[in-house]
Design a binder for this molecule. Structure first.
Ligand SMILES: NC(=O)c1ccc[n+]([C@@H]2O[C@H](COP(=O)([O-])OP(=O)(O)OC[C@H]3O[C@@H](n4cnc5c(N)ncnc54)[C@H](OP(=O)(O)O)[C@@H]3O)[C@@H](O)[C@H]2O)c1
Length: 285
């Protein structure tokens, strides 16, 4: 499905001068597309957040934290799928796998096999990529239901955990076709070790689709390159919520540089939003 010309437009504000740009293909375009190699892996993540910084609120129906429906929308979802289309591997969390098993997950793993994203699967083929990115699940608890359908999907499946995992647990996972990577001591996964382990498996573009806890591990280790942040122009409030980062404070703070800023006016009844892209600053302060 493609939008008509008017609706497919966003307004690129930075770098200037302001010019219209198509939404479809925005994050596959040369300047914004992730370009990692196993020798120089590139780690990125995308989030949609409200103006007051919420990335998830409590869903009263399931009592779990979910991205708020007031800010999730098909245009941001399209860009999320484009970023997954560029990925060699998606990095997700134990929490996501448990929600998926309970039927509470927001959606299945990208790239979603629906007609509106068929062009992305075609794009992958054209790039000589595997039909779908591999999946790496990061967990400390190893409480990790892995659906049979995912094991049969043809995607390489990894569990990444600390070195506390014992031999019998490794064997049980391997007997189901899952590859186990140890990337930290005890139960924790360290960001740098995670990226190094995935690079050794031959992955260059690493799309982190988990949340604030894993992002903290990556950023704290200097193992994170680019943030694609959609800012929905809405304020949500709420007492219980998640933001981009969870856990210990970053000392010193980590700086980012603006690479791109596009305004999406929310025509046709959608929410207005800013599509921002930030690269981790390479300059040492
Ligand atoms: N709005 C958005 O764009 C957006 C995007 C992503 C996520 N979210 C929301 O953010 C919230 C948190 O997401 P999330 O739970 O997927 O991600 P998370 O906070 O990064 O990770 C939570 C789980 O991942 C595992 N984990 C993370 N870092 C680890 C480490 N260093 N070592 C070992 N295990 C680690 C743990 O699994 P175990 O418990 O199995 O040990 C942990 O429970 C959710 O509500 C989600 O919906 C929103």
């Amino acid at each position: 499905m493609s939008l008509d010309d008017g609706q497919d437009q966003v307004l690129r504000l930075f770098p200037g001068p302001a010019t219209p740009a198509p939404l479809h293909g925005l994050y596959l375009e040369e300047s914004l597309r992730p370009r990692g190699t196993p020798e120089r892996p590139f780690v990125y993540a995308s989030f949609v957040a409200s103006l007051d910084g919420r990335i998830s609120l409590v869903d009263p129906a399931t009592n779990t934290h979910k991205p708020p429906p007031a800010i999730t929308n098909p245009r941001d979802w399209r860009l999320f799928q484009e970023l997954a289309a560029s990925a060699d591997v998606l990095v997700t969390s134990g929490r996501y796998m448990r929600d998926l098993d309970a039927g509470d997950a927001q959606a299945g793993l990208p790239v979603i096999e629906k007609p509106e994203f068929a062009d992305l699967l075609e794009w992958r083929r054209g790039q000589g990529l595997a039909p779908q990115p591999a999946v790496a699940m990061v967990t400390g608890t190893l409480d990790l239901p892995i659906p049979e359908a995912l094991l049969q999907s043809g995607r390489p499946i990894y569990v990444v955990t600390g070195d506390a995992i014992d031999r019998s647990q490794v064997e049980a996972l391997e007997s189901r076709g899952v590859r186990v990577l140890k990337a930290g001591s005890g139960k924790r996964v360290e960001g740098g070790a995670l990226v190094a382990a995935l690079a050794r498996e031959g992955f260059g573009n690493i799309d982190m689709i988990a949340g604030g806890e894993l992002l903290n591990s990556l950023i704290a280790d200097g193992a994170f390159d680019r943030l694609y942040l959609t800012r929905a122009c809405r304020i949500l409030g709420g007492r219980e919520f998640d933001t981009l980062l969870k856990g210990r404070p970053l000392e010193p703070p980590v700086d980012f540089e603006l690479l791109s800023l596009c305004y999406d006016a929310g025509e046709g009844g959608g929410v207005a939003q800013l599509f921002t892209v930030f690269d981790r600053s390479k300059s040492v302060t």
